[in-house]
Design a binder for this molecule. Structure first.
Ligand code: G2I
Length: 452
């Protein structure tokens, strides 16, 4: 991390506090991160991008966007409603500004997005068009916008969100007017307008293997078979705390095996507010899991976060009561998720020291063909507890069957355990353990446990 001048005083105070805490714990001081994410990513040949708002690209926001990321996606500036609010009148100001900023900072740009059902101008959505007119409008829009930035954008999200959750085509202006072939038409027009840009189809809830991602998979396979230009799929990855799909790497791999690139295009991981250290620790583990799923597949070109700061995130206005979804807080302080991203990219950072001096550690003590016995130890040093609650999310479908010395419940993947009447107290320097049995199949990875 390279702090701006304004944050140095706060950082110094934080480091003093951290050093004091670590002295108490007798641990080795955490090393401050000093290599920007973009350099770590570049060393691995990967993209580490962020969505940005053009008007904010000054001051601390601009410093971080330029320093930490090697790719930018305009969050809204290139959408049809932004660039052509009334027919024939174009407004390229914000899009041009973002592209210029990226070029000045040696960053790629991901164009977002050409053909979508949302954020279209009202003249377009309220018009009544014959199929030929609609097709002309779409092709002209693509020729104009892609042509404007020809040779300067690495990538275009050509078609955005074409599927419903069940894998059926979403009923949109485009699908209803032109049929499913609007997708092939759009890709063909984009290739003609800029032969060097990588062309993607981008969607959400397609991160794991499910009906929607399978529909996308089948579409890409058939486009490839037909010779329609398609270079990649974008998995948006608007995720919920503790719910990174366990099949993400497998899903990325199956697209790669079709001969297309994969990008994580809009990563954020939302939580119920307020955030606390347990949630932020879980979020860091979730960010790392997504990074690792991408890094494990060579055709996964990289990860873009959908806003790098909680002050520039769509979550709070769309999901009231939720937020804290990005790697930096609202004051541009890096969160544990930032350190987790750096670590996954091979950075020499260590996770910021825990603010709690009690920790919970999960271990599998024995395992057989379908079952296992596990244990969680809660240890305190420099602090004490009079009651405790721990939780974790199973990533591979494991199911708790029985627990002792704690009261445990499992809902979906999430297990929550709280102390029994007799073992809530964990003294300073002491520990408490509880045990459980569970079932597993395929794999039985150790989950990240949060205390609190
Ligand atoms: O909805 C989250 C993302 C899902 N995938 C496609 C992305 O393009 C989409 O991004 C969001 C933007 O982050 C929001 O900023 O798309 C939203 C619209 O669907 C954007 O929200 C809009 C608000 O609805 C408008 O009221 C506002 O004027 O942002 C506009 C600009 O701030």
């Amino acid at each position: 991390m390279r702090p701006s001048r304004s944050s140095r005083a706060r950082l110094a105070a934080l480091l003093t506090a951290a050093a004091a805490l670590l002295l108490t714990l007798g641990a080795t001081p955490a090393q401050a991160a000093d290599t920007p994410l973009r350099d770590l990513a570049a060393a691995k040949g990967k993209v580490m991008g962020t969505a940005v708002t053009g008007s904010k690209l000054t001051g601390a926001y601009g410093d971080i966007a330029g320093r930490e990321f090697n790719a930018l996606t305009p969050g809204n500036a290139m959408k049809w409603g932004s660039v052509e609010p009334t027919r024939g009148n174009f407004n390229w100001a914000e899009a041009d500004q973002i592209v210029a900023f990226a070029e000045a900072h040696g960053q790629q740009v991901r164009g977002h997005t050409l053909v979508w059902h949302s954020q279209n101008p009202s003249w377009l959505t309220n018009g009544s068009w014959t199929p030929a007119e609609l097709s002309g409008l779409m092709n002209d829009h693509i020729a104009t916008e892609v042509g404007r930035y020809k040779g300067r954008l690495a990538t275009w999200d050509v078609v955005n969100e074409p599927f419903n959750e069940d894998g059926a085509y979403r009923q949109t202006l485009w699908y209803n007017g032109l049929g499913a072939d609007y997708i092939a038409q759009a890709l063909t027009a984009a290739r003609a307008a800029d032969p060097s840009a990588k062309l993607y189809i981008n969607d959400y809830n397609v991160e794991g293997v499910n009906a929607k991602s399978t529909a996308l998979y089948n579409l890409v396979r058939s486009l490839k078979e037909r010779g329609v230009p398609i270079d990649g799929v974008g998995l948006q990855a608007h995720l919920i705390l503790g719910q990174v799909p366990s099949t993400m790497q497998q899903n990325i791999q199956r697209f790669a095996d079709l001969g297309v690139d994969v990008a994580i295009t809009e990563l954020d991981i939302r939580m119920q507010l307020p955030s606390d250290s347990a949630k932020l620790t879980q979020q860091a583990a979730d960010y790392k899991a997504v990074m690792n799923a991408c890094l494990a597949v060579s055709r996964c070109v990289g990860v873009t976060v959908w806003g790098f700061t909680d002050s520039d995130s769509w979550i709070p206005s769309t999901f009231p009561g939720q937020g804290a979804a990005t790697p930096y807080d609202e004051n541009y302080a890096p969160k544990p998720a930032y350190a987790a991203i750096a670590e996954s990219l091979g950075g020499g950072t260590t996770t910021p020291p825990p603010t709690d001096a009690c920790t919970a550690t999960y271990s599998v003590t024995s395992q057989w063909n379908t079952g296992f016995t596990g244990q969680v130890r809660i240890s305190c040093s420099g602090a004490a507890l009079s009651s405790w609650k721990v939780s974790w999310a199973y990533g591979a479908g494991q199911q708790l069957t029985q627990a002792w010395n704690a009261t445990c419940t499992q809902s979906g993947a999430t297990v929550t355990c709280s102390n029994a009447s007799y073992n809530g107290t964990v003294p300073d320097g002491g520990s408490v353990t509880f045990g459980f049995n569970g079932s597993w199949s395929g794999s039985n990875p150790v989950p990240t446990v949060t205390l609190g």
